[in-house]
Design a protein around this ligand. Structure first.
Ligand code: ADP
Ligand code: MG
Length: 426
């Protein structure tokens, strides 16, 4: 940062997460300008959008150089796995988000399992199945070992949240194993973990790690966790299932060994490590998966609880100087409810107008845009998850009331949202 001019940042992506990141970055003292590529209608209102797709690595590098940004914040995982952070760093641009090798913690569930085995981090036992003469027997053996609980089958590729099947139906399990091996070459069969899921976001560089407050999302489309899986229908933060005792177990058994392992590598991890956890009935944490970026919608509820300068936190992590950032959190609670298009998640209908007095929300509740676009000044739905209504409050109850009163004030034909976000904590 030069004097009081502030830093210039480029945010990569265009969903609800990136709108939330952009909101927090524009309100950071240390940041003077926020650019977003490609962005959405929400980011357009508070920052400068550029029509470059997140998958266009060369285009993104060119844009970052042209804008002479001080750092880049990468929202989604695909460009990280594809090497965007590597390219930026090779060209002298600081990047919040890991290099392609570290991004394999999300890009390959087998790589993640091996890293956890090396560092003795608790996770579910598993088999890797591959094509070969003994495949039929291997499948039967793996399914027998894990029988009595639902079977958990995981593809070993980036599948945008569609690569995991949890089923009590042996045929369905067998079929998914076979079709995955056909397309990917191998597949994981994993022991079922019973318990409550929670997400931990850890900002890190090679010297230091900051845990953000734990959050919980809601993956199923319907109330009471019914119906098909989605990208996420809502979230809240902090999640009270993580008591101080459980938090210290997560730190000792998972966060500290992971940070130590990732810091001792040739190219250290600089970005956020999203740890998906299962907390069992005895309060023991197990890793379900790693992501190498903020969660969506976890991001929307976690960032409002950060009281220190968010832009500075990310810049420091991107430049290996996170020790210099003094992190601070507020005592608030936050909750977000996703407004989904008619037909979501299977066949979302796009292109409908969004209206309602809540559209110009501000203060304690606001809209994070996801699948939206502006057409002749009208706000139009442009995706399955259209937007989410986020609110903060002194209690989770208060945050929930504010978020629901905002979402109830919006109109989008055929749309739906869950009425029970936060129910485990309320
Ligand atoms: N071992 C497991 N035991 C129980 N449920 C699991 C297990 N692994 C995954 N799940 C469930 O499946 C969901 C998706 O799995 P995850 O590993 O997070 O893959 P992805 O997010 O890439 O789809 C998890 O959020 C969790 O609800
Ligand atoms: Mg997941």
């Amino acid at each position: 940062m030069t004097g009081d001019e502030g830093r210039v940042v480029l945010v990569v992506g265009g969903g609800g997460r990136e709108h939330a990141l952009t909101m927090s970055l524009t309100s950071s003292q240390s940041v003077s300008a926020v650019h977003v590529a490609p962005g959405n209608a929400g980011t357009a209102a508070i920052a400068t959008n550029h029509p470059i797709s997140a998958s266009n690595i060369d285009g993104m590098l060119e844009l970052a150089l042209e804008l002479a940004v001080d750092f880049v914040v990468v929202g989604p995982e695909a460009p990280l796995v594809a090497g965007l952070a590597d390219r930026l760093r090779e060209n002298g641009i600081a990047c919040f988000g890991p290099d392609s090798e570290n991004a394999m913690l999300e890009g390959s569930k087998i790589v993640a399992k091996q890293a956890m085995a090396d560092l003795e981090v608790p996770t579910a036992d598993y088999f890797v199945l591959q094509a070969g003469e003994s495949l039929e027997e291997d499948i039967e053996e793996a399914l027998d070992v894990f029988s009595g609980e639902p079977w958990v089958i995981k593809r070993d590729v980036l599948a945008g949240g569609k690569g995991v099947v949890v089923t009590e139906n042996r045929n369905e399990a067998t079929n998914f194993i076979k079709s995955s091996i056909e397309t990917d070459g191998e597949v994981l069969v994993e022991a079922f973990l019973a318990g409550e899921e929670v997400s931990m976001l850890v900002i890190m560089d090679e010297h230091s790690a900051i845990c953000l407050p734990p959050s919980q999302d809601h993956k199923r489309v319907g109330d009471g966790d019914s119906g098909p899986n989605t990208g996420g229908m809502g979230a809240y933060c902090p999640a009270p299932v993580v008591t101080p005792e459980i938090n210290s177990r997560i730190m000792q058994r998972i966060v500290m060994p992971m940070h130590e392992g990732l810091s001792s590598q040739e190219i250290p991890y600089r970005g956020v490590l999203f740890i998906g956890l299962m907390i069992d009935a005895e309060g023991n944490p197990f890793v379900v998966e790693f992501n190498v970026r903020f969660g969506d919608p976890e991001c929307q509820v976690t960032l409002p609880l950060i009281a220190s300068d968010f832009g500075d936190m990310l810049y420091c992590a991107a430049t290996g100087t996170l020790v210099e950032h003094e992190d601070e959190f507020n005592d608030l609670c936050s909750l977000t409810v996703v407004l989904a298009s008619e037909g979501y998640p299977s066949t979302p209908i796009k292109g409908r107008m969004i209206t309602g007095e809540g559209i110009t929300s501000s203060g304690n509740s606001w809209i994070s845009h996801a699948g939206t676009k502006l057409v002749d000044g009208e706000l139009i739905s442009n995706g399955g998850r259209v937007l989410s209504c986020t609110a903060i409050g002194g209690s989770l109850q208060e945050a929930a009331e504010r978020a629901y009163s905002l979402i109830e004030s919006l109109k989008l034909e055929g749309s739906h949202y869950r009425k029970d976000i936060g129910y485990r904590a309320l």
